[in-house]
Design a protein around this ligand. Structure first.
Ligand code: ATP
Ligand code: MG
Length: 419
């Protein structure tokens, strides 16, 4: 069905019989939240990615709720409500099984004269000015992310032409991409991510604006970029997005400390394949994947490479990226273990420390990781087969190794840097 795009005053509305979202597809707790808000006289919409995904017949990752109730009003309605954020006030409703429903009050972009002069305060301020549903739609990033599902009448409300873009499988920015990327450069990465996840074409004006604004990514919040990078891996699109980022000039801004070689993209593709097959990924694995091709190349003739030198090399390859993104020491050490473990496997059987390595709890994960590398370097197939036999015949499978008592560590000097 072709629909009219609208940027005028009246939204496009699809009534219950004109769309395929049934309440059976909506999470039970999200429905409870929507109904309760609505019963107490508030507007209650399903918003953001969940509406987009339901219309595309995909399973939403989470169900976010938009309302005209203030965070404080939401708190009075739900005992399981926690208001979070000092400046960015959001209501989190916690349910059994660690489930979280995020309830946000409709917001708008503030007028120019309302903006604080302090750059740091700017982003949070922009996020916190309450507005109408229509204003809330326009402050969002892409048209397909700005659709609402109204629980009072089960209608879809489209203020921005998102339904047309869903039909045409097109990623279109709300407003002028040059302005929207200047406001928040992280949106450039999100554009590539959604295009890869949904297999949508990116609007030409987004591509042109990325070309002009790519340098801004270097100044974006590293914490938010780190989270978006992890999202790429969680959704199994890291390889595809990194290729797009390279094509559009964002790769060096995202990974200033890592050299991408052809095997890096190939390894990310394989990791994505595993993720899509249901394997959850830890950040240490992400780091190891980004650096393994460089590590293997630097180890050269690995048979003679000493483990202590490998540790130093792994540290050197990981350090820059971990410092740029303030990644905790524990994550970095685990990534280092993965890399050095790959070297142990590369060197083949019969080296010092083999028994200890076989019994180490990380060894199965290292082996799986190394097996992916074997899909890129076919010369390793005999080596991998030999290790596989050795591991499966080991008297103590690695998981069953009794834990040695740990040495007590000195207290950390910067506990806030760890998470
Ligand atoms: P998913 O959760 O499946 O990754 P999503 O669309 O729900 O996708 P979130 O990152 O959860 O994405 O954000 C929720 C919604 O908030 C988005 O759909 C979008 O409307 C809005 N949003 C998120 N980030 C931005 C941003 N940087 N600028 C403007 N709007 C944003
Ligand atoms: Mg979401």
């Amino acid at each position: 069905m072709k629909r009219n795009a609208t940027t005028g005053e009246t939204p496009v509305i699809l009534t219950r019989d004109q769309h395929g979202i049934s309440r059976k597809l909506i999470d039970e707790n999200a429905l409870k939240v929507l109904y309760r808000l609505n019963r107490h006289g508030h507007l209650a919409y399903l918003v953001g990615g969940s509406v987009r995904d339901l219309l595309l017949e995909r399973t939403p990752k989470d169900f976010d709720v938009g309302t005209d109730a203030t965070p404080e009003q939401v708190k009075t309605l739900f005992r399981n409500c926690f208001l979070i954020g000092r400046r960015f006030r959001l209501a989190h409703l916690r349910f059994r099984g660690h489930q979280l429903i995020e309830v946000a009050t409709f917001r708008r972009n503030p007028d120019e004269e309302e903006l604080p002069t302090d750059d740091d305060a700017h982003f949070h301020f922009v996020q916190n000015v309450f507005g109408s549903p229509r204003e809330d739609a326009f402050r969002r990033d892409f048209t397909i992310n700005a659709l609402f599902y109204d629980i009072s009448n089960f209608a879809i409300i489209d203020h921005v032409g998102g339904l047309r873009d869903l039909d045409e499988r097109r990623l279109r920015m709300i407003g002028d991409p040059l302005v929207r990327f200047s406001e928040d450069p992280v949106r450039m990465l999100r554009a590539l991510e959604f295009s890869a996840r949904l297999d949508f074409a990116i609007d030409q004006n987004i591509i042109a604006a990325i070309d002009q604004r790519c340098q801004l990514l270097a100044g974006a919040s590293r914490a938010r970029l780190r989270e978006e990078i992890l999202e790429l891996f969680r959704h199994g699109v890291a390889g595809a997005v990194c290729r797009l980022a390279q094509r559009y000039g964002l790769l060096d801004q995202l990974f200033p400390e890592i050299d991408f070689v052809p095997q890096t993209f190939a390894l990310l593709d394989l990791i994505d394949r595993e993720t899509l097959g249901g394997e959850p990924l830890r950040e240490s694995q992400v780091l190891a994947a980004l650096t393994l091709p460089l590590f293997v190349a630097a180890c050269g003739d690995s048979r003679h490479f000493h483990i202590n030198d490998a540790l130093l090399l792994a540290d050197k390859l990981l350090r820059g990226h971990c410092q740029t993104y303030s990644i905790a020491q524990g994550v970095r050490s685990e990534a280092r273990e993965l890399l050095v473990g790959c070297l142990r496997l590369l060197r083949g059987l019969g080296h010092k420390g083999e028994q200890r390595f076989l019994h180490h709890p990380l060894t199965p994960r290292i082996f799986d990781f190394f097996a992916l590398w074997g899909e890129i370097d076919h010369s390793l197939s005999d080596c991998i087969a030999a290790w596989q036999t050795k591991i499966s015949h080991s008297d103590h499978p690695p998981e069953s190794v009794a834990r040695k008592p740990r040495r007590r560590r000195r207290p950390r000097r910067h506990p806030q840097a760890e998470n």
